[in-house]
Design a protein around this ligand. Structure first.
Ligand SMILES: Nc1ncnc2c1ncn2[C@@H]1O[C@H](COP(=O)(O)OP(=O)(O)OP(=O)(O)O)[C@@H](O)[C@H]1O
Ligand SMILES: [Mg+2]
Length: 252
């Protein structure tokens, strides 16, 4: 038996003649925070579709706790890149939606989602509609909807991509706190090097398409992490390492 929560081995994926992923290896331990960073079009969202069982790989294996990912899709909570809240549903009803979709009774789903409003900084907005929230609050609501499913693996595809830089930094620090509290196994896809280094134990750098992992960078910063880490020499060194790897492959 493996002690890996997620074990991706030799995965390739093509759409017709377009090879999107090639021979990709990625392993994540239980409770680890992994970041995946790579150029646009390198197959990051495609990889998440494979892990969550929405699509199947052309080659290779994706195992979750030692079992094929397509059988274990119930283990994975996926926050897609464009996670739209339904404008006609209240925030509480939006956050209860994932539970309802998996068969939890509406009342129970609302109760479980409602319990998290405090820690997600959404208290008082249960009855509001998404347009009445700020961008950061909407992302927290989308994340709440994902997290309340209580699945062991959390896939976050650019959760803060649409936010301004100040809100984004706030959200990153908030997510660092939340992870410290709940210790989810997380895979975070991002284009933001600073975000990857601040949050992750390991940063996996992808090549341009066909995407494959070209570097794994262990972030040596202790936990818990916070705003002071942003100015640590070890932080700058890790950022430089990631950037150098990306540039080395992008500029031939
Ligand atoms: N279902 C599909 N059918 C055909 N082509 C697809 C499909 N899904 C993705 N692709 C193609 O695969 C490539 C990788 O797409 P993907 O969305 O995985 O990239 P990404 O790394 O997430 O990019 P970004 O950082 O811009 O979100 C793109 O060229 C895309 O057009
Ligand atoms: Mg994507």
């Amino acid at each position: 038996m493996t002690d890996l929560r997620l074990d991706i081995h030799g995965v390739g994926k093509s759409f017709g003649g377009l090879e999107v992923l090639r021979d990709l290896d990625l392993a994540v331990r239980p409770g680890e925070f992994a970041a995946v960073i790579g150029p646009s079009g390198s197959g990051k969202s495609t990889l998440f579709n494979l892990v969550s069982g929405l699509d199947t790989p052309s080659t290779g294996d994706l195992l979750i706790d030692g079992e094929p990912a397509d059988l274990r899709s119930g283990q994975v909570a996926y926050m897609p890149q464009k996670d739209l809240l339904f404008p006609w549903r209240t925030v509480l009803d939006n956050t209860a939606l994932g539970l309802e979709a998996q068969g939890v009774r509406r009342r129970e789903a609302r109760r479980r989602a409602g319990e998290l409003f405090g820690v997600f900084g959404l208290d008082g907005f249960q009855g509001s509609y998404p347009f009445q929230l700020s961008g950061g609050m909407r992302q927290r609501a989308a994340l709440l909807r994902t997290v309340v499913l209580e699945r062991p693996v959390l896939l976050l595809d650019e959760p803060f991509g649409a936010l301004d830089s100040l809100t984004r930094t706030e959200m990153q620090l908030w997510l660092a706190d939340m992870w410290q509290r709940y210790r989810w196994t997380v895979v975070l896809v991002t284009h933001d090097i600073r975000e990857a280094v601040l949050l992750a134990d390991t940063v996996h750098v992808l090549s341009p398409r066909p995407g494959t992992v070209i570097e794994r960078i262990q972030v040596p910063l202790p936990r818990p992490r916070g705003i002071d880490d942003l100015t640590e020499p070890a932080f700058a060194a890790a950022e430089r390492h990631v950037l150098g790897t990306l540039q080395g492959r992008l500029i031939p």
